[in-house]
Ligand binder design. Sequence first.
Ligand code: ADP
Length: 293
Amino acid sequence: MKGFLGSLCRLGGIRGYSGTFKRSQLRLEGVKDVIAVASGKGGVGKSTTAVNLAVALAKNCQLKVGLLDADVYGPSVPMMMKIDRKPDITEDKKMIPIENYGVKCMSMGFLVEKDAPIVWRGPMVMSALAKMTRGVDWGNLDILVVDMPPGTGDAQLTMTQNLQLSGALIVSTPQDIALMDARRGANMFSKVDVPILGFVENMSFFKCPHCGEPSFIFGKEGTRNAAASMGYKLIGEIPLEVDIRKGSDEGVPVVISAPDSVISKAYGDTAQNVVSKLEELAKEQTLHPEINL
Ligand code: ADP
């Protein structure tokens, strides 16, 4: 029975099933859904995806969106969202997230000096992550997008267990070496009973600016096949594009600088798929309330 429920859970069927680790039941007050954007490996475009997805959720889906940069060792949200100041503090000592492009943002990068190395041991990282979640006055949000630290270590597990995540999105490039770690990332979430919303393939292909032919630099359909082999869906395909990189470096996400482009449509479709998957999970939750064995 446990195995059966476990597989249903991996497919996002029953959210209350407790696996090896127990998922936290703590909620962030005022926040409807918290989703993790994760990757097994660094450098695959996790932060870029999290940023453009958050902005697309706000802009295209008209949701109240927050973005938490939990990548404490390499915070990139300040640069990608062009935010260069420290957050104000409320009377009850909570940090007020800084808003840009319609998204409320919080990042360790707001709190440390630019270029300063972040040389923290585990407990300091945990306490920083706690401050950046519960120590923030998020207000009312439909969705909080969490840009997770890469990998499947202590920090990821703490975040996963301390937030009641509605689901996780796995970002990977299509080559085998990245997919191996993406699978590990997905398995970590299912172990702690967090449904996988789907996989997003970043740098899917490169469209030659001269002849228009697509080149599959990192291989073709790798992420779709990896997702399918685990019973998950590919819910986004983002091309390798100069404008995406430029947007990250210049602090103007491509969904803002080129809203009518094919790239922005790809992010918009991904955002829509995330919303649909969350709605589907919420329905299942009503049909199958928490079952704890
Ligand atoms: P991660 O968060 O996985 O470490 P980043 O989001 O920081 O990765 O991306 C790493 C680099 O790749 C950044 O310079 C970013 O601008 C670039 N990048 C990410 N996705 C794309 C893409 N689809 N096309 C072009 N450049 C990209």
